[in-house]
Design a protein around this ligand. Structure first.
Ligand code: NAD
Length: 348
């Protein structure tokens, strides 16, 4: 059983939501979980991989472990959790702790927001992707009929523990998935962070807590700054979709892991930005080099026409246009409505 480290520097970052706030505890140890939990009525939701690795940290509380993976982010899985909570006699004073990656956090937040019209909840985010992205910002939800995150709520967890020691047990692919979102945050708002990544891209794979904490902290600051201005994604929050418009179509067409598809999507957005005169060729090259050194793809390995056909059906499409996040140099972005005809002629 992996033992999380006990003494690491810790930073508290406040995420301001419309109805409640969330504190993100970067560098906090899972071993200090009890400091953040209420005294009683705690119910833990996790997946079976995480239970095996870290279950001893919450073994005094009732726990339900789901199968790992996206298949557990469904209404059927939510119903299973509601039934379990009823059997356990969970009531409105209960508290749900989600310990896991984005799948567990999204499901735990959704169940907590809807069980008995809402109970308190918090997370221990166990993947790099969950620490830098999924656990931050208050979006919770499940998939339906192959449509991702189509059912859900906006509701902030009371706390999120981001323990760098937990990232050490992640498979390499999962770390690369998280790194794509880290690069995205640097591209959106932090040129210095991009330069630090460029200096020694593979340093991250040594998983040193200081570097992990720095990247998680910068990502959380950037994401929470944007969410604080636009929790419900009516404008500013769209910036966080950098690489995701083309990336989602790539993910669906080629069944690539999310972060890999986002990497391909960020390069596509970079190329569109060059095409529209917003980004220089040299900066696009820097982006491609960084992603390649991180072990992420920069080109789809399949037919771009199929990807385009999926893009045309994107839920974010508005008539004959689609909103794309484009790069204005490195560390700044702009959202533009691009005619689908322009994208079609660009890819051909
Ligand atoms: N709510 C949001 O704002 C938001 C943002 C981005 C992504 N997401 C969602 O996040 C989900 C993806 O999350 P993810 O990438 O964390 O995947 P995940 O939750 O499926 O976890 C990936 C795998 O890693 C394993 N794992 C988790 N922590 C581990 C650890 N510490 N050591 C060893 N193995 C571990 C899991 O068991 C699983 O097999 C998607 O459903 C996506 O839609 C949500």
């Amino acid at each position: 059983m992996a033992k999380p480290k006990d003494k690491l520097p810790m930073e508290k970052i406040l995420v301001r939501g419309q109805h409640s706030n969330s504190q993100i505890l970067v560098g906090e140890s899972l071993g200090n979980l009890d400091r953040y939990l209420p005294d009683k009525n705690i119910f833990v939701l996790t997946d079976t991989n995480i239970l095996k690795l870290y279950g001893s940290a919450w073994d005094k509380h009732p726990c339900l472990a789901l199968e790992p993976g996206e298949e557990s982010k469904t209404l059927a899985a939510a119903a299973r959790v509601y039934h379990w909570l009823m059997e356990q006699k969970a009531d409105r004073s209960s508290f749900i702790l989600g310990v896991g990656g984005g799948v567990v956090c999204d499901l735990a937040g959704f169940v907590a927001s809807t069980y008995m019209r809402g109970v308190g909840f918090g997370f221990a985010a166990t993947t790099l992707l969950a620490q830098v992205d999924a656990s931050v910002g208050g979006k919770n939800g499940v998939n339906l009929d192959g449509y991702k995150n189509i059912i859900g709520t906006f509701n902030q967890p009371q706390f999120v523990i981001c323990d760098p020691a937990m990232v050490k047990t992640l498979p390499g692919d999962e770390i690369r998935n998280g790194m794509a979102e880290v690069v995205k945050h640097a591209l959106i708002a932090d040129k210095s962070m991009f330069e630090i990544l460029e200096q020694d891209p593979t340093a991250i794979y040594k998983l040193e807590p200081e570097l992990l904490n720095y990247l998680v902290s910068r990502s959380v600051h950037i994401k929470s700054g944007i969410v604080g201005k636009d929790e419900r994604e009516t404008g500013e929050r769209r910036k966080l979709n950098l690489g995701h418009t083309w990336g989602h179509a790539v993910e669906k067409a080629l069944r690539l892991p999310h972060g890999y598809a986002v990497a391909v999507g960020m390069v596509f957005a970079g190329e569109m930005s060059v095409h529209r005169g917003l980004l220089g060729d040299a900066d696009l090259l820097r982006l491609k080099l960084l992603l390649e050194k991180l072990g992420l793809p920069v080109r789809p390995s399949g037919n771009t026409q199929t990807i385009y056909e999926i893009l045309e059906k994107d839920k974010k499409r508005e008539g004959s246009h689609i909103h794309f996040v484009l790069n204005k140099g490195i560390g700044d972005v702009v959202v533009q409505a691009i005619p689908l005809a322009e994208i079609k002629s660009f890819i051909s």
